[in-house]
Design a protein around this ligand. Structure first.
Ligand SMILES: Cc1cc2nc3c(=O)[nH]c(=O)nc-3n(C[C@H](O)[C@H](O)[C@H](O)COP(=O)(O)OP(=O)(O)OC[C@H]3O[C@@H](n4cnc5c(N)ncnc54)[C@H](O)[C@@H]3O)c2cc1C
Length: 493
């Protein structure tokens, strides 16, 4: 983590009093008991108590808070709902945590332009809830959608089971209002499909709270398809299931969702929600097709044919919408079901080329034996996004250390086979040291130059995403001579 600025910490009382002049008194939390709930996010392995939590209620307050912190050199960590799985919203001891929870209003529903304008603290699911009575929905559907905020979704470029066909957050937003660290407010995009100039929407989506604070989001909404059906397909091997996935895509069919689970997770989730999964199967696919009734029927026939060619053990097709939703309920409960099998689980998030699935799973099995830790596997199989869930005990420091090493080895292997470190959960603190696996010196330097052009003093969510140079240097990945790099701009945390 970045070095703690003790001077800032010593002046905490003064800063808290000053911030109380910007936001309502009751929206500043500084007592240890009030700060405790904010000490971590969904990656509960790391914890830190911030100097204070500030809960602004409007953009003007955000702007004033950021300007004040910029002047006083105070670090700021933005936070949505805190469901992130890579430690992105993890506070720093000498930072304020800027909670966007009070930004929870839907500002405009515009069916004519097929969009909804929302504040960043609105939950993902409540956007769909607000428009479903008119037959619309918001497509990206992370499994955490009941809790996670749309601001967090933009910051992480979140996806979900339907991203294969409908894209991730970046494909489903039109406009943003953002506040930069110097307090300036900008509008990017709007209600139209394209804007002039650089694709700043693309730059900010996935920026993990390092470039700006998002204070408003305009999302696209889609018409619900006339019909949707899901198939549960069991296989006796991961290889067969993986081949089936590749062949479905190669045949030109893009399912609305195509998810895979391994046997451990099939049983665990079926115990959890009684979804009628094929418990004897080594691997199972959930394949959803949507469109007109005729289209779905025709495509489902072709999917069944491909599944049979790939030695499927059994195929169950949803009879109605209730059954289809039940099929998905198991997949959506994959993480809680893991929680029922082990005191803690560590969810990895690598992405690989689809054809490498069987190879990577074989490696994960080998590593599971090496580290003597159980793993359950869930994948957004259609997009090659793996979620190995390593089961461990966070109270046992040795178990935690082993788990982190195991996770890092999985992600390194993903990169080795042509994949990437993260599919949707972001880099945060968790994968920061692995960035040198993906990017060279120049790549990282260019990215940091962009950050510094928007946040000169590196005060917005510092210590996230970019590696601590010393570690990369030790591994020979960046060149440090006499304690100096060729790149003085790279922060030396
Ligand atoms: C059970 C479970 C299932 C999950 N399933 C999925 C899944 O299927 N797909 C998926 O993509 N993710 C999934 N996640 C991860 C997580 O829900 C997403 O990353 C989500 O987008 C985080 O949103 P949040 O509001 O909780 O953000 P937080 O955790 O609060 O923050 C995440 C990051 O965004 C930044 N941030 C938050 N709000 C703002 C803002 N307004 N302005 C600037 N920066 C901001 C923070 O600084 C941090 O870096 C899952 C998590 C859990 C616990």
């Amino acid at each position: 983590m970045p070095k703690t600025n003790n001077k800032i910490f010593l002046n905490k009382k003064i800063y808290v009093e000053e911030l109380k002049k910007i936001v309502k008194k009751e929206n500043i939390l500084s007592h240890e008991d009030e700060l405790k709930p904010y000490e971590t996010d969904g990656l509960s392995a790391y914890k830190e108590i911030p100097m204070a939590v500030v809960l602004p209620e409007n953009t003007d307050e955000v702007s004033k808070v950021l300007r004040y912190c910029n002047e006083k050199n105070i670090k700021v960590v933005p936070r949505g709902a805190g469901t992130g799985l890579s430690g992105g919203a993890l506070p720093l001891k000498d930072s304020i945590l800027l909670g966007l929870g009070k930004f929870n209003k839907i500002l405009d529903i515009d069916y004519g332009n097929r969009c909804v304008v929302v504040q960043p603290g609105v939950t993902n699911l409540s956007i769909t809830k607000a428009v479903e009575n008119k037959g619309f929905y918001y497509a990206p559907d992370p499994s955490s959608q009941i809790a996670c905020s749309i601001g967090g979704n933009v910051a992480e470029n979140s996806g979900g089971v339907h991203s294969l066909k409908y894209g991730t957050t970046t494909n489903n937003i039109l406009g943003l209002e953002v506040v930069f660290m110097d307090g300036s407010i900008s509008r990017i995009g709007g209600k139209t499909f394209d804007t002039d100039g650089y694709d700043l929407l693309g730059l900010i989506t996935g920026s993990e709270g390092l470039l700006c604070v998002i204070t408003e989001v305009t999302v696209k909404i889609l018409n619900k398809s006339q019909s949707a059906k899901a198939a549960l397909v069991g296989f006796s091997s991961i290889e067969d299931a993986g081949n089936c996935v590749s062949q479905i895509i190669a045949s030109g069919i893009i399912p609305a969702g195509m998810e895979m689970m391994d046997q451990l997770l099939i049983k665990a989730t079926d115990d959890f929600v009684k979804a009628g999964y094929p418990r004897e199967a080594e691997a199972m696919l959930i394949i959803e097709l949507d469109g007109t009734e005729l289209e779905v029927k025709e495509l489902m026939n072709r999917v069944v044919e491909i599944a049979k060619k790939n030695k499927s053990l059994n195929i169950k097709i949803s009879k109605d919408d209730n059954e289809r939703i039940k099929f998905w309920a198991g997949r959506k409960a994959a993480f809680p079901a893991c929680g029922a099998m082990s005191p803690d689980y560590y969810c990895m998030d690598g992405t690989i080329p689809r054809g490498k699935l069987a190879e990577v799973l074989t490696e994960i099995k080998r590593l599971s034996k090496k580290y003597n830790l159980k793993v359950a596997n869930a994948f957004h199989a259609g997009d090659g996004n793996l979620h190995p869930l390593i089961m461990y005990d966070a109270n046992d420091i040795e178990s935690l250390n082993k788990t982190e090493k195991f996770g890092a080895e999985i992600l390194k292997y993903c990169v080795k086979v042509g994949g990437i470190l993260t599919g949707e959960h972001g880099v945060g603190v968790e994968k920061r040291e692995l960035m040198c696996e993906m990017f060279n010196n120049n790549d990282i330097q260019q990215q940091i130059k962009i950050k510094k052009s928007l946040d000169k003093n590196s005060l917005l969510n510092p210590g996230k995403v970019y590696p601590i140079l010393r570690k990369c240097a030790e591994e020979g990945r960046v060149h440090v001579h006499g304690g100096k790099t060729k790149f003085p701009d790279i922060p030396r945390f």
